[in-house]
Design a binder for this molecule. Structure first.
Ligand code: GLV
Ligand code: MN
Length: 194
């Protein structure tokens, strides 16, 4: 989904003082092999949180060699019963493969149709660009997936962001939207510490 690059590579200078679409390139004379390799996905993520899942991102911000190349990956760890809760990526299609365990993978289309399937090790899924999706660990032990994106910075919008944004969305907007009382909105907001 990202524009085509205009050179072989453009290792991001994340601290440059000018703003461009993407990031400026660090000078070619300073580029070395390490710029093209990343070991940030080797470690299991900490799933001790309310969702029982953890996303470790390899995007242009953590792996500057991805700048302008239209590619990124995540490592997603799931505790038993854990969920990577509903979210969308505004700038990328996502594909993924299950490395360990069993995952229920689902997404909802712009026509409001829900598609889902339980996947086992080695099986793959695709989430069309921008659609809301989730994965839930439905196996007995831990689960692990690797996902890949056609953007160096796919972006993520969490469905729960409606209750966690800063500043927060007024309660009357949320009570009217979800047709529930103030107390319900407050309860959800406080769950997520906002
Ligand atoms: C999974 O949905 C991911 O965004 O890595
Ligand atoms: Mn995703």
């Amino acid at each position: 989904a990202d524009p085509d690059p205009l050179q072989d590579f453009c290792i991001a200078d994340l601290n440059a003082s000018i703003s461009v679409n993407g990031f400026p390139c660090k000078p070619a004379s300073q580029v070395n092999a390490n710029d093209f390799f990343f070991d940030g996905l080797t470690k299991e993520g900490n799933t001790a949180n309310i969702f029982g899942s953890n996303v470790t991102a390899a995007n242009v911000l953590s792996f500057p060699g991805l700048n302008t190349l239209g590619a990124a990956m995540n490592r997603v760890d799931y505790a038993p019963g854990g969920i990577n809760p509903p979210h969308s990526h505004p700038r990328a299609t996502e594909s993924g493969v299950v490395i360990q365990g069993q995952l229920l993978v689902g997404f909802v289309t712009t026509q409001n149709v829900f598609y889902s399937k339980v996947l086992s090790v080695g099986e793959m899924f695709v989430i069309p660009k921008g659609l809301v999706h989730f994965q839930k660990n439905v196996g007995t032990g831990k689960a692990l997936a690797f996902t890949a994106f056609n953007s160096h910075l796919p972006g993520v919008e969490l469905s729960i962001s409606l209750f966690t944004s800063k500043p927060s969305i007024p309660n009357d907007v949320l009570t009217q939207t979800f047709q529930v009382d103030d107390a319900v909105v407050n309860a959800i907001k406080s769950k997520f510490g906002s």
